[in-house]
Design a protein around this ligand. Structure first.
Ligand code: 6PG
Length: 242
């Protein structure tokens, strides 16, 4: 299935569009489901999306939405770099999401052990048994080097790692991170890239159009086997979209 590309001028307007679309999909899904599963991405880009969600403050039955994280830096939850910490501060707490509805990656624990624990947690929470969980929403960002989740170009083979979660290393700092693997990401019903800024535009366009050495970038391996792939791009990232 070809990716769906949404290009909105302005980071704030893009975030509002993403929040509006996400909310309307939740409104459609929640009534007919026992629960809806959402995996949040990390980094700085989601911040405006979280703000747009909080500003909208949609009246949703949040007790039926389960939140996970695509990846987490191996730091404690109160560390400035914690993806959970940012999401708790900017989304979960302001929207009063019940604590029973979010499942953080324990960045303070041994990474390999935590990757195994988190994979099992997701399997249990989704009732996937021995199968691969089909998450309803997986949000992704993309780095300026074309990484996504915490699968980096220098370790692109970890995209194919066995299991649902693995451990990656930031190429400069070496920081360890627990991350979804490609098999979990590509099993999702909806994978949503949220990418902004001129500095990411060339790689994003290469990946979407499969131009040049796009395959060198982990983000190019995102290809949901039975789900939708959407790119939310601001005009700067989209560039001259010919
Ligand atoms: C992380 C993310 C990572 C992020 C990209 C983009 O933990 O950092 O999961 O994949 O989405 O690095 O980060 P920015 O949004 O900060 O540019």
């Amino acid at each position: 299935m070809a990716p769906i590309i949404k290009i909105i001028d302005g980071k704030t307007e893009l975030a509002k569009r993403l929040a509006t679309d996400f909310t309307s999909q939740l409104q459609q899904l929640i009534p007919s489901r026992e629960y809806v599963t959402v995996a949040l991405s990390g980094g700085s880009t989601p911040g405006l999306f979280f703000k747009a969600m909080v500003d909208m403050n949609p009246s949703l039955d949040w007790k039926k939405v389960l939140f996970f994280w695509v990846d987490e830096r191996c730091v404690p939850a109160n560390h400035a770099e914690s993806n959970f910490g940012a999401a708790f501060r900017d989304l979960l707490k302001p929207l009063a999401i019940p604590e029973s509805n979010y499942f953080r990656i324990r960045g303070e624990d041994a990474p390999e052990d935590e990757a195994r624990r988190y994979a099992q947690l997701i399997s249990n929470a989704t009732g996937a048994g021995q199968g691969i969980p089909v998450l309803d929403f997986v949000f992704l960002g993309m780095g300026t080097d074309g990484h996504t989740a915490s699968i980096f170009p220098h370790q692109i083979e970890r995209w194919e790692a066995e299991g649902l979660c693995t451990v990656g290393n930031h190429p400069e700092s070496g920081q360890q991170r627990v991350t979804f693997t490609g098999r979990l990401i590509n099993a999702a019903a909806r994978v949503i890239f949220h990418v902004t800024g001129k500095e990411k535009g060339e790689i994003a366009r290469m990946i979407i159009k499969k131009n040049g050495n796009y395959a060198a970038y982990p983000a190019s391996r995102v290809n949901p086997s039975n789900g939708e792939l959407l790119w939310y791009l601001d005009a700067e990232a989209a560039g001259t979209w010919d």
